[in-house]
Write a protein that binds this ligand. Structure first.
Ligand code: CAA
Length: 286
């Protein structure tokens, strides 16, 4: 049993995942400090939060007062020193090992020594990221799924040096968010992405080879297999840039053909077709 009390949480990076994670914490009574590298990033994060909570209000899942209270629990900053008093940080920036390492090294000098440093990485090595900290024992993977406010599952990733109380506290916090945590080891893709991304990549290859239309590929998996959405629609939701990064990382670690990113994926990313967040991916969005 640890002495740590987690009431205030810092979120670094307010993209699709970071903003969703901030919403989940604030919705469950935590005080949240959201950090982005510039004002533009903050604005994007705020818009995401307003949109997502606004939709919950429209659907009658959240009252307007609850929405205001939720958003009132989140403060914003472009300077990481705003995180100095938080009890836990969740880093949710893009899948770049160098960036994640530099953020951890910076946080080391700002937060208290017992503050948990969690990374929401989807495919990078938590162990490698943790090596950037002077206290790698307090680093843990806390991997949410998209959309974070909806998906009930979180992978807690332990490295060989993650301290048991850090693991236990991370698990407890995730439970307080109403999600089911599982603890797993630090391997590429952890559990879910290791199983999911070969399938998604295969769907892209099928589409690229003109074997079937995007609609038919997606319908096959929705109506034939009961998946909530088809693979191409899911890639658009995750983001084609993020998906490419995950596949590329998994491919470089395993060198298996299953994860060698289908060429069209890179081309779409280069062309700015990132999926829902850019308005265009395999499908077009308003
Ligand atoms: N943000 C917040 N809430 C959202 C949302 C979003 N982006 N999208 C949907 N929701 C909410 C809706 O408000 C709605 O809430 P209520 O039931 O409380 O009213 C609920 O989710 C259902 O939404 P819809 O009725 O609009 O649509 P749906 O029933 O088709 O569900 C879905 C949408 C939840 C996205 C569902 O299709 C689904 O679960 N898809 C699969 C998603 C998935 O596989 N995610 C994992 C991706 S892999 C990953 O994230 C790991 C990684 O590292 C990349």
């Amino acid at each position: 049993m640890s002495e740590r009390t987690i009431e205030t949480v810092g979120i670094v990076g307010l993209g699709t995942m970071g903003a969703g994670i901030a919403e989940v914490f604030a919705r469950n009574g935590f005080t949240v400090v959201g950090v982005e590298r510039d004002e533009e990033g903050l604005e994007r994060g705020k818009e995401h939060l307003a949109h997502s909570t606004g939709r919950a209000v429209k659907r009658g899942k959240l009252s307007q007062e609850e929405q205001e209270a939720l958003l009132g629990r989140i403060s914003f900053a472009t300077d990481a020193t705003a995180l100095k008093d938080v009890d836990m940080v969740v880093e949710a920036v893009v899948e770049s090992l160098e960036l994640k390492k530099s953020i951890l090294a910076t946080l080391d000098d700002i937060v208290a020594p017992e503050t948990i440093l969690a990374t929401n990485t989807s495919s990078l090595s938590v162990t490698e990221i943790s090596a950037a900290s002077k206290h790698p024992g307090r680093v843990v993977g806390v991997h949410f799924f998209n959309p974070a406010p909806v998906q009930k599952f979180v992978e807690i990733v332990r490295t060989v040096v993650t301290e048991p109380d850090v693991l236990e506290d991370a698990r407890e916090v995730v439970g307080k968010l109403g999600k089911s945590p599982v603890v797993c080891g630090d391997r590429a893709g952890f559990i879910a992405n290791a199983l999911l991304f070969g399938y998604l990549n295969h769907a892209v290859s099928m589409f690229e080879g003109h074997y079937a239309t995007r609609e038919d590929i997606d319908t096959a998996m929705r109506l034939g297999c009961g998946y909530p959405m088809g693979p191409l629609a899911l890639l658009d939701l995750i983001g084609l840039d993020t998906s490419y990064e995950i596949l590329d990382t998994m491919y470089r670690q395993g060198r298996d053909r299953l994860h060698a990113p289908a060429p069209i994926l890179k081309q779409m990313v280069t062309a700015g077709m990132l999926g829902r967040k850019s308005g265009r991916g395999f499908y077009t969005y308003e």
